[in-house]
Each structure stands twice: as structure tokens, then as C-alpha cells.
Ligand binder design. Structure first.
Ligand SMILES: Nc1nc2c(ncn2[C@@H]2O[C@H](COP(=O)(O)OP(=O)(O)OP(=O)(O)O)[C@@H](O)[C@H]2O)c(=O)[nH]1
Ligand SMILES: [Mg+2]
Length: 493
């Protein structure tokens, strides 16, 4: 075995620090963008955005911050392809459990040199997965295995299968791929045409992750047909030459390891990588720069989608505006009539139930409150009915934490207080009929306007800022420039 590599710590180059700062800002801005309306195509943008945010958390940011961390080789592929057996064979001993019952590996197993333990103990890499030291059937865990037979500078992660139809398993597979510096995609002659696992591989390739492919368990009789086919599929993903490993079908040794000669090319390649810090850096570098480049493209798509959301929400708010404007007009014309009707009534003066009001006052207040509530109900019902009839109005209504199809909570109480306040001002001797009507009209209009503004609240509260897309464009531009500077000034290690 090659002598363990010495992992030295050097200060980060300025260009790397700038890239880390720009990538952190880009991730934050992406996370802040809101895409609440189901406009056409938005779901794909949401998925891409979530993937990018997660890959930044799981890989890009920790890798830029810890440039000298060991290279994480994620061994993934369809169930039964022999991943666990291969990981054991590469480590030269049984470190992870292979098995007959599919799928066998349920929680990821991360095998590393004991000297690299400190890199994996905390959750800088794969945050959110609990560290355990025994085999666990729990997808929320990662089992850490220290083995001196694994070279220093490299850690091998045995992943659960990539072809599971189970959503949790697929989400975990995506998370592990996102954390990989290098994806060692293992498939077998029997399973290499499995579509689901190639989709995961494609995701990694799309993100710029460094990839190698192993065609495992090739029966001699099938060699001539499956190998060219596999090479074609690998070549279509730019995986060629020494990045494609072929492993013939063989009887396993006892313990269940592949004969050494079959895994030697792969082990030699990993040893060389472990021993060469520049090669390790280049491996991690490709994945990080690929991910940032992709994130810049994703940010442009999110910026465009966010701008479309702001426009669409603006259109929806004009519906609410129009309905409430009509109701404000109706209220303004109904008020003088109501006041005139009340003035003609014969006052019946006697002490009222509270603060010494007489019954006339009470009747006037109740009539005004009733008028307001009437219009507030009509406006809320009309606005929500009209919005629900539009393509995306329901999304706006459902986004709100309150029921917008009825007047705002406590409107009756607020109305009583406001009406009483306005009437006190109208009690002055100089307040004529017109002045009274204006004061009361303004008070009622203010209440109805405040009810209308509830439509805006979800937009404001949930920071759907009109400039969100500009901020995204700025963050993406910074990241693109920091990436260019980083690539010309030197690698991350
Ligand atoms: N004869 C032979 N058996 C193998 C070989 N590779 C794997 N096996 C057996 O095939 C079964 C599956 O192998 P695993 O290594 O568990 O496969 P896996 O890809 O890790 O499967 P999952 O964890 O379910 O995704 C086990 O019983 C292994 O002993 C091989 O090269 N030759
Ligand atoms: Mg396994």
C-alpha cells in the first residue's frame, strides 16, 4: 500500500475565500426567493433550486471552507450491483455488510483512515445525518468506520441503492451524490440498463461532479455484448478511459471479498489519488467549480421565475384593488343616505348600557358598524370569488394565513372604536352635516382599506420583495466573477 498522505493545512488563497463568500451569498439569496404561485414551469425551477441549496450545504461550502479535507468517494448504483462487496474488497476487509436480501445497505457507511476521523466526526460533511459507529437501518444516520487499510486522504462511502422507488431512499441518494467529491458509480452486467440509477448518475454529471464507472460481475459469456454497450453509455456522459473499470464475475473469497487482482486497478487508482494532494485537489475542484457554475445558471432561472411571480401577484392584487375600490364607492354613496335617515328619526333619550351613551347614539353607531360590515363582507366574498376564478388566485388566497373570504378578525370591534372616535369629533358645534358625513366616511373608508391590505400582507410578510430577482442576478453575477477569478488564480488546495 502507498504511504499515507500527509494532510497539511494551508491558509485559503484570497480567490478561494472570495468564492466561498460569493457562494454563501448566492445560496442565501436562492433560499430567500419565494415562488409561491404554481405558474407554468415553476415546479422544475423549485426542484433545481432546492437541489442547489442542498448541494451547497452538503458539499460546496464545506469543501471551499476545508480545502484539505479528504476526498469523499461515494460508491453508488443499483441494488445488488455489489457495491458493499466492492467497498469491502477495496478496503481489504469487511467494513460494511453485503447481503442476500435486497436492498441490503440502508444507511450509508463511511469508511476512512483512523487519522482522518476528525474530518467526519462533526457534521461539516453530510449535515443532518447522525453519526453512528454500528450498522443502523436508519436513513437518518451515517455509520463511521475507521480502517487503517483505507489510505489517508480518501474516504469511501457505501451508499444505499440508487434504484429505490422509495422517496426517502431517493432523497438520501441525491443527498449523498451532492456530498461526493467523486462518484464511483457501480453497476452490474445484470443491472446496467436500470434507468433509475442512471438518472442519478446523470444528475451528478449535470452538476459537474467528478465521476468514474464500474461495470461489475461481468460473466465471461456476456463480455462481448455488455462491455461495448456500457462504454457507449459511459462515453455519452464523458466518462472514458481510466475512469471506466471492468470487473469480471468471480467466486468470492472467504470472507466475502473479490479476488485482489480484480480490484487492483481501482485500488491503485485510489492510492495514487490519496498520495497526490494536487490530484485530490483537482478531483474536489472539478466538482466544486461544476456545482458553482450550475448554480449560476439555476439562479438565473430562479430570478426569472421570481420576476414572473411578482408580476402575477401584482395582477392578482389589482383584482382585490378593483373589488375594494367599487365597494369603497358604494359605501361612500350609501353613507349620506343612512345619516339622513337617522337624522329624521325622533331621538329617544335614556341612559345607554355603557359610558352614558343614549340610545340614539347607540342606534347610530350600530347602523354605521352594520353598514361597514355589510360592505366588508361583500368585498371579501367578491374578491375571493373573483380571485379563485383566475388561474393562480387560489395560490394567493391559500398563501395567506387568514381567511380572506370574510372580513378581517376583530373588524366589528375596530369599527366600534373608530366610529365612536369620529362621532366625538362630529359633536363639536361647528361640525355641519357635510363635515359629519366626511369624518365618518373617512373613518369607515380607512377600515375597509385596511381590510383590503390583508391581501398584500402575505406578500410583504413573506418577503416577496419586488427586487428579489435583481438580488439573485447580482448574487449570481458575483459568484460567476469569483469563480472566474478562482479558476485563473489557482485551485482550492
Ligand atoms: N459471486 C459473487 N457474488 C457477489 C459479487 N458481488 C456481490 N456478490 C453477492 O451479491 C449480493 C449483493 O452484493 P452487495 O455487495 O450486498 O450488493 P449492493 O450493491 O451493496 O446491494 P445494496 O446494498 O442492496 O444496494 C451479496 O450476496 C454478495 O455476496 C461477485 O462479484 N461475485
Ligand atoms: Mg450494499
Amino acid at each position: 500500500m502507498v504511504a499515507p498522505a500527509v494532510i497539511e493545512t494551508r491558509p485559503a488563497p484570497v480567490a478561494t475565500e472570495r468564492l466561498l463568500a460569493a457562494a454563501t451569498a448566492l445560496q442565501r439569496t436562492l433560499a430567500e426567493a419565494r415562488l409561491p404561485l404554481n405558474l407554468p414551469g415553476v415546479e422544475d425551477v423549485r426542484v433545481e433550486r432546492t437541489r442547489t441549496i442542498e448541494q451547497f450545504a452538503d458539499h460546496v461550502l464545506p469543501r471551499l471552507a476545508e480545502r484539505t479535507a479528504p476526498v469523499l468517494v461515494v460508491v453508488g448504483g443499483p441494488t445488488g450491483a455489489g457495491k458493499s462487496t466492492l467497498v469491502n474488497s477495496l478496503a481489504g476487509r469487511v467494513v460494511t455488510t453485503p447481503g442476500l436480501l435486497r436492498p441490503t445497505t440502508r444507511s450509508p457507511v463511511l469508511v476512512h483512515h483512523p487519522g482522518d476521523r476528525s474530518w467526519f466526526r462533526d457534521d461539516r460533511i453530510l449535515p443532518g445525518l447522525r453519526r453512528v459507529t454500528r450498522a443502523a437501518g436508519d436513513r437518518g444516520c451515517v455509520q463511521l468506520v475507521a480502517s487503517p487499510t483505507v489510505p489517508r486522504g480518501i474516504a469511501i462511502l457505501d451508499a444505499p441503492d440508487f434504484d429505490s422507488v422509495d422517496d426517502d431512499n431517493r432523497a438520501l441518494a441525491a443527498k449523498l451524490i451532492a456530498a461526493a467529491d467523486l462518484l464511483l458509480f457501480v453497476t452490474s452486467a445484470a443491472r446496467y440498463s436500470d434507468r433509475l440509477s442512471w438518472q442519478h448518475l446523470d444528475l451528478a454529471v449535470e452538476r459537474g461532479t467528478s465521476v468514474a464507472i464500474v461495470l461489475n460481475r461481468i460473466p465471461a459469456a456476456d463480455h462481448a455484448t455488455v462491455v461495448p454497450d456500457l462504454r457507449r453509455m459511459a462515453g455519452a456522459r464523458d466518462v472514458t478511459g481510466e475512469r471506466v473499470f471492468l470487473v469480471e464475475q468471480a467466486e468470492l473469497d472467504d470472507p466475502a471479498l473479490l479476488p485482489r487482482a480484480l480490484v487492483r486497478p481501482m485500488r491503485t487508482w485510489l492510492d495514487a489519488l490519496a498520495a497526490d494532494s494536487a490530484a485530490r485537489t483537482a478531483e474536489a475542484e472539478q466538482t466544486v467549480t461544476g456545482a458553482v457554475r450550475r448554480a449560476v445558471t439555476v439562479a438565473a432561472a430562479v430570478a426569472e421565475a421570481a420576476a414572473r411571480q411578482v408580476d402575477a401577484i401584482g395582477e392578482l392584487l389589482t383584482v382585490a384593488d378593483r373589488v375594494y375600490a367599487a365597494e369603497l364607492d358604494a359605501l361612500a354613496s350609501a353613507l349620506p343616505e343612512l345619516l339622513a335617515g337617522l337624522d329624521t328619526r325622533t331621538p329617544v333619550r335614556s341612559p345607554g348600557p355603557d359610558d352614558g351613551m343614549d340610545r340614539t347614539d347607540l342606534a347610530v353607531d350600530l347602523a354605521l358598524e352594520g353598514l361597514l360590515l355589510d360592505h366588508a363582507w361583500r368585498a371579501a366574498e367578491r374578491a375571493s370569488a373573483e380571485l379563485r376564478a383566475t388561474a393562480h388566485g387560489s395560490a394567493l388566497l391559500d398563501w395567506s394565513t387568514e381567511d380572506l373570504s370574510r372580513p378581517g378578525k376583530g373588524l366589528g370591534h375596530r369599527a366600534r372604536t373608530a366610529i365612536r372616535g369620529a362621532r366625538r369629533r362630529t359633536d363639536s358645534p361647528e361640525a355641519d352635516a357635510v363635515g359629519t358625513s366626511t369624518l365618518l366616511g373617512d373613518a369607515l373608508a380607512a377600515l375597509l382599506t385596511a381590510d383590503r391590505d390583508r391581501y398584500l400582507r402575505p406578500v410583504l410578510d413573506r418577503t416577496l420583495a419586488p427586487d428579489a430577482s435583481d438580488q439573485l442576478r447580482v448574487a449570481a453575477d458575483h459568484a460567476a466573477r469569483a469563480l472566474a477569478r478562482h479558476e485563473t488564480r489557482g485551485p482550492i488546495g
